[in-house]
Design a binder for this molecule. Structure first.
Ligand code: GRG
Length: 290
């Protein structure tokens, strides 16, 4: 993605830090370490850790304090992609333009690599420079986003509704707010908490991220409209494909993403220009082409 240059600097920093983390933490010759390194080096967009660092920097937090939580959200995201690609879930052969982890290694190794990344994320998020109160709030937010009332529940409902043609916009919003939205919301909130934000501020960043996360998914569906015709309405529904384009036209989906992004921005109004970078990232996500 082509981010504005100020955001790109943060993205480059994340890339360097992730590589260093992967090489030092997963440094043995064992297959699971190879798989963790491979997955973390996957050239993702790094949206979630960017949100963490930009939330923190907008609140004048220390980058060193936000780094652990930023790495942790990307580790949890990476675990979710590995497990989502497994044959028992989406059964995908390719991810980020190269073989998925279970194709490059094997299924048990991919399962273990996901387990390692999820568990290690909580360790990486801890930082003695952050006061205890904020550390526990960060850990709790990560657990909430990834666990049985977050991403796991979203994935469960996704599997339940896939292939059925009777799902509604409420079902879709529930799935995506849990599967995608909550981790994006958490990424923003933990950035605020690393900057020692009060509850109201942390919740504002959470709500910002939740709306942004659903908008992100709507845009994902628009970009996946491979025919580019915007005429999937009804067709995706008949095929049991869980997309916004199954339920609305491309023009309505675009409008929905724009409205959600505006709703997200309202949460950041009290912070004025201090949060212009994270707002800029929100705009870039709305206008992305991949
Ligand atoms: C296995 C518990 C469990 C959950 C999996 C989040 C998830 C649930 C699966 C991810 C699969 C997926 C395609 C979700 C839709 C939206 C999404 C999260 C896309 C991928 O995020 P990007 O675009 O990916 O940020 P990159 O590759 O840039 O990191």
């Amino acid at each position: 993605m082509n981010f504005p240059s100020e955001i790109k600097l943060f993205q480059d920093y994340i890339e360097v830090q992730l590589r260093q983390l992967a090489q030092t933490r997963y440094n043995s010759a064992s297959p699971v370490h190879g798989a963790c390194q491979y997955a973390l080096d996957g050239r993702g967009k790094r949206i979630r850790p960017l949100l963490t660092l930009l939330a923190s920097s907008g609140l004048e937090g220390k980058q060193s304090a936000a780094l652990g939580p930023a790495m942790a959200v990307e580790m949890i995201h990476t675990y979710s992609l590995i497990h989502d690609d497994l044959p028992c879930m989406d059964d995908d052969d390719m991810r980020r333009g190269r073989p998925t982890v279970h194709k490059q290694f094997d299924e048990p190794t991919a399962l273990l690599a996901g387990d390692a990344l999820l568990t290690d994320a909580f360790h990486i998020a801890l930082n003695p420079d952050i006061p205890h109160k904020f550390q526990s709030q960060i850990i709790s937010s990560l657990a909430d986003a990834g666990g049985g009332r977050g991403m796991v529940l979203g994935q469960d409902q996704d599997m339940f509704w896939t292939g059925k043609d009777s799902f509604t916009i409420e079902n879709l919003n529930f799935i995506h707010s849990h599967k995608t939205g909550k981790l994006i919301a958490c990424a923003c909130k933990v950035g605020a908490l690393a900057a020692e934000a009060d509850d109201d501020t942390a919740n504002r960043f959470y709500d910002f991220g939740l709306n942004l996360g659903i908008a992100f998914q709507v845009i994902d569906d628009l970009l996946d409209d491979t025919e580019g015709t915007g005429k999937s309405k009804g067709k995706d529904l008949a095929q049991g494909k869980l997309t916004y384009l199954a339920l609305m036209t491309a023009a309505d989906a675009r409008k929905m993403a724009e409205e959600l992004t505006q709703k997200a921005f309202v949460n950041l109004e009290p912070f004025g220009d201090r949060v212009k970078l994270i707002r800029g990232l929100g705009e870039a996500l709305l206008n992305r082409s991949y």
